[in-house]
Design a protein around this ligand. Structure first.
Ligand code: ATP
Ligand code: MG
Length: 196
């Protein structure tokens, strides 16, 4: 059975594509078969895979451009990760409707927090988790976001992904360090993740 995960945030630049590629790599390293569907017309995930291939370090999973129709097909992999575009296009609604789980990558800042709530509202019918990314631990912004998520009882993936130049620089390469995405993969494959 395939678990389909949509990575969405209405806001641009929150780490959707980075999370898609790292999480797909971590799941593959843990022995699962994975396919990435690139729903973003910018094609960043597809470009990442092409660049890695050109650098002689191909990713261990397939990344293919997708549209509203192809994301609804059935796939044979254990996990299908959908990298969604930013903005309020209706493809996001389709991605959420075909997904078993929704992950909303969010970095701690006022603007991102506001769009995070909008994204969670669209995903209300599904199990949706916030994943904190580009986190500077101990900052006021990070602490405030954690507190509001706790207060609102919003499901959150327990691992937080740190802000790291290594992550930024790894665009177009096969990930070699996990920066916590291995723990995210473990959480998603545990029963806890689907019990919500
Ligand atoms: N944990 C991190 N630490 C440092 N930089 C990061 C981290 N995660 C992502 N980035 C950087 O932030 C930028 C935006 O990331 P990414 O492209 O993954 O976001 P996105 O949500 O897919 O953007 P878009 O909405 O344009 O599709 C990129 O330059 C990426 O390298
Ligand atoms: Mg992207």
């Amino acid at each position: 059975m395939t678990t389909t995960i949509a990575l969405c945030n209405l806001k641009g630049g929150t780490g959707k594509t980075t999370t898609t590629i790292y999480l797909a790599s971590a799941l593959t390293a843990q022995g699962y078969s994975v396919r990435v569907l690139d729903l973003d017309p910018q094609g960043s995930a597809t470009e990442w895979a092409e660049e890695a291939e050109a650098n002689d370090q191909p990713l261990d999973f397939e990344v293919s451009p997708a549209n509203k129709r192809t994301i609804s097909k059935s796939y044979r992999e254990d996990f299908v990760l959908i990298d969604c575009p930013p903005g309020g296009t209706d493809v996001i609604d389709t991605a959420i409707s075909v997904a078993d789980l929704v992950i909303v990558p969010t970095s701690p800042s006022a603007i991102e927090t506001s769009r995070m709530w909008n994204t969670l509202a669209i995903a209300h019918a599904k199990t949706a988790y916030v994943l904190l990314t580009s986190v500077r631990f101990g900052t006021k912004e990070a602490e405030e976001l954690l507190e509001v998520l706790r207060d609102e009882r919003t499901p959150r993936i327990p691992t937080q992904i740190p802000l790291r130049q290594d992550i930024k620089r790894s665009w177009g390469m096969k990930p070699v360090a996990w920066h916590g995405y291995d723990d995210v993969a473990e959480f998603l494959t545990s029963e806890e993740a689907t019990d919500e």
